[in-house]
Design a protein around this ligand. Structure first.
Ligand code: ADP
Ligand code: MG
Length: 393
């Protein structure tokens, strides 16, 4: 997958329309976590460093449900953006309309205008071509750097690309650079570690990665559905009865492809799904009737570590246990450390897995930590992301 990126564009003298993900947490009108704004700065600074460029910036914020609602105004975000950028940022009074058009027209080289929340209009999520066309009229070229919304075909993420030459910013470029090879031509041995709560939400990723991986680790709550089709006792563990056939078919497909599947061989269990439940070590695959599996045990951790240590590429999506509860976080922590120590290319995607990596302070030791939960999940399933399709060469 090859994208048109801003490195390919001649930006000189251009008015650039950029879609970013400034959907940040606010508290009392102040940005509480500016990670996403900082993440967009390299692209924005690069564009502004080119001769004669000006910038019209657009993002969504929260869920204003297609209505103008001051609670979801971009104004406080614009304030923090200006501080981080070290130059003034005008916040437009609206997304579309004559006043905004006037401000865009008045924009001089080096200046930055932040539009109001694109979701103030239902046309954004409906991907109304008229709305997209109005947005597109603000720029000579379009840059998308919002990976987190790239799986949505919205006006500001997909629609505008029909009207303007379109390029990926550095964030999207990096996401694709690290994730596309996992589906196309990963360095081998390639180890996929998939955990999380549900088979139903991860089966697409399992099936897609089965095509390229050498070892597939299945952990987290979904492991018990697989163990149960293998005839093991899983006690009170999470089992999705609707997915038993799917799990059976998957294991058969993996065996046919000679993919090494690692399922838990021991567990940390509990009598109830409770933060204060006493952890019980179960040193066997089978789990007693009164217990539920909450985390992988030490033998399983050793098996996974061994595979990861030899890997040339690793992708990890989904915690291996209920890591939110301290007593059941060890499996996820130890695997996060093992992935961080791996010499190969290491990619982590998924909302909770990324939260775990950040919680453990290991993000810097990975090749790539994806910025989009839902988007990375769809990407790893091999689904076309509308916002990225629009940027392909
Ligand atoms: P991600 O957001 O990284 O894609 P998921 O949303 O699929 O991950 O799964 C994360 C959730 O899975 C966590 O809330 C975690 O508590 C839960 N989980 C992990 N292991 C178990 C388990 N053994 N039993 C129940 N839930 C589990
Ligand atoms: Mg999640």
């Amino acid at each position: 997958m090859v994208l048109n990126t801003i490195r390919d564009a001649d930006l000189t003298g251009k008015k650039v329309l950029i879609r970013v993900d400034f959907n940040v947490p606010l508290k009392d009108g102040v940005v509480k976590d500016d990670t996403r704004i900082r993440a967009a700065l390299p692209t924005i600074e690069y564009i502004l460093s080119q001769k004669g460029t000006s910038l019209v910036v657009m993002s969504h914020f929260g869920r204003p449900k297609g209505k103008k609602n001051p609670e979801f105004s971009m104004a406080p975000i614009g304030k923090r953006f200006a501080e981080l950028l070290g130059k003034p940022v005008k916040v437009a009074p609206d997304v579309i309309g004559p006043e905004v058009e006037k401000e865009v027209k008045a924009l001089k080289a080096g200046e930055v205008l932040l539009l109001e929340n694109v979701r103030f209009y239902p046309d954004e999520e409906a991907n109304n071509p008229e709305y997209a066309k109005a947005l597109a009229s603000y720029g000579d070229i379009y840059v998308n750097d919002a990976f987190g919304t790239a799986h949505r075909a919205h006006a500001s993420t997909e629609g505008v690309a029909h009207f303007l030459p379109s390029y990926a910013g550095f964030l999207i470029e990096k996401e694709v650079k690290f994730m596309a090879p996992l589906l196309e031509n990963p360095a081998h041995p390639f180890v996929a570690i998939i955990g999380g709560a549900k088979v139903s939400s991860k089966i697409g990723v399992l099936q897609s990665l089965l095509k390229t991986c050498d070892t597939m680790v299945i952990g987290g709550g979904m492991a018990y559905t697989f163990l149960s089709v293998q005839g093991h006792k899983v006690g009170k563990s999470l089992v999705e009865s609707d997915y038993l056939d799917t799990a059976r078919d998957f294991l058969k497909a993996a065996a046919d492809k000679k993919v090494n599947v690692i399922l838990p061989v021991d567990h940390i269990a509990a009598e109830a799904f409770d933060e204060n439940a006493a952890p019980v070590a179960v040193d066997a695959v089978d789990i007693p009737d009164n217990l539920m599996g909450m985390d992988v045990g030490p033998k399983t951790i050793a098996l996974i570590k061994d595979a990861v240590a030899k890997a040339q590429s690793v992708v990890w999506n989904g915690p291996l246990g209920v890591f939110e509860f301290d007593s059941f976080a060890k499996g996820t922590l130890d695997i996060a450390k093992a992935v961080a120590d791996c010499k190969g290319t290491t990619v982590v995607g998924g909302g909770d897995s990324v939260a775990a990596v950040n919680k453990f302070g290991l993000a810097d030791k990975l090749s790539h930590v994806s910025t989009g939960g839902g988007a990375s999940l769809e990407f790893l399933q091999g689904l076309p992301l509308p916002g990225i399709v629009a940027l392909q060469k």
